[in-house]
Design a protein around this ligand. Structure first.
Ligand SMILES: *[C@@H]1O[C@H](CO)[C@@H](O)[C@H](O)[C@H]1NC(C)=O
Ligand SMILES: *[C@@H]1O[C@H](CO)[C@@H](O)[C@H](O)[C@H]1NC(C)=O
Ligand SMILES: *[C@@H]1O[C@H](CO)[C@@H](O)[C@H](O)[C@H]1NC(C)=O
Length: 245
């Protein structure tokens, strides 16, 4: 019998099904906080699966990471453009990349990864395993060399923080579903990103691995363990490779 890889992962971990966070509407209250200790990050990769709510064209904050010295230390935002694409922009130390199209606003699950490194301020955005955007110079301007992303900050899923850990605004909040968020303190290459997309956990340099135990979930955010809702857990999904062949 063949077991899809994503199922095997859960069997091996003796785990149940990793929940999907459901942000049903834009609000100034729904948030999920990552309860990890963040080191300083000279390089970073953040990946997740998400389902974009196509009902709104306003800018949504997928995640925001804030430190006392810089509220907009590290952020990912997006919106649906007029051609029907979701566009993402990365923010580091308050510097904003352009909004670039990453995937179709089709209501389906999509996988994304964003990477940034202190060296040259080089960044990239991947969607469904493909690199959609990359450039240098994000926050590498000014007389001083770019800084690492500061450690010990507050990482919030679904809201922009206008103060450390709070002051959320409905207009900038995320609406949709998100799961399998992982954060590494290095830049993952295309090959590793493909592994992550098909539900392998790349353990090396992992700062945060998706686990409901390490999340503070505000009470009106729903978590659904429905198997079919988790793209990494869909038994009919052929992109989850067979490993017991
Ligand atoms: C998110 O998941 C919920 C519950 O399964 C579903 O009803 C909703 O349509 C999904 N939202 C989006 C934006 O796809
Ligand atoms: C940074 O820029 C220098 C000079 O242009 C280049 O030689 C180097 O390869 C770049 N490093 C990265 C990681 O892109
Ligand atoms: C199948 O899983 C991949 C990740 O392994 C995901 O990107 C894709 O959206 C899933 N497809 C469906 C139809 O759920």
């Amino acid at each position: 019998m063949l077991l899809p890889l994503c199922w095997l992962k859960f069997l091996l971990l003796g785990d149940h099904i990793v929940p999907v966070l459901v942000f049903r509407d834009k609000t100034d209250t729904k948030y999920v906080k990552v309860l990890s200790d963040f080191p300083a990050l000279p390089a970073v990769t953040a990946c997740a699966h998400l389902q974009w709510d196509t009902r709104t064209q306003e800018i949504a904050t997928i995640f925001s990471y804030a430190v006392p010295a810089f509220i907009n230390e590290f952020q990912l935002r997006g919106f649906v453009d007029e051609e029907g694409f979701v566009r993402f922009a990365l923010i580091v130390h308050g510097h904003h990349s352009p909004y670039l199209p990453v995937f179709r606003a089709d209501g389906q699950w999509h996988h994304f990864c964003v990477t940034w490194q202190q060296e040259n301020g080089t960044w990239a955005i991947y969607a469904d395993g493909k690199r959609r955007a990359s450039a240098s110079g994000l926050c590498a301007v000014g007389p001083s060399a770019p800084q690492a992303i500061y450690g010990q900050g507050t990482f919030i899923i679904g809201q922009d923080q206008d103060s450390l850990g709070g002051t959320f605004r409905e207009k900038e909040s995320f609406s949709g579903n998100i799961t399998d968020l992982h954060i590494w303190q290095k830049v993952l290459g295309a090959e590793q990103i493909e592994k992550v997309r098909s539900c392998w956990v790349v353990e090396q340099d992992l700062v945060f691995g998706w686990s409901s135990n390490a999340l503070e979930v505000e009470s009106t955010v729903m978590t659904t363990p429905l198997v079919i809702e988790d793209p990494c857990n869909d038994p009919s999904n052929d992109s989850c490779s067979d490993v017991l062949g």
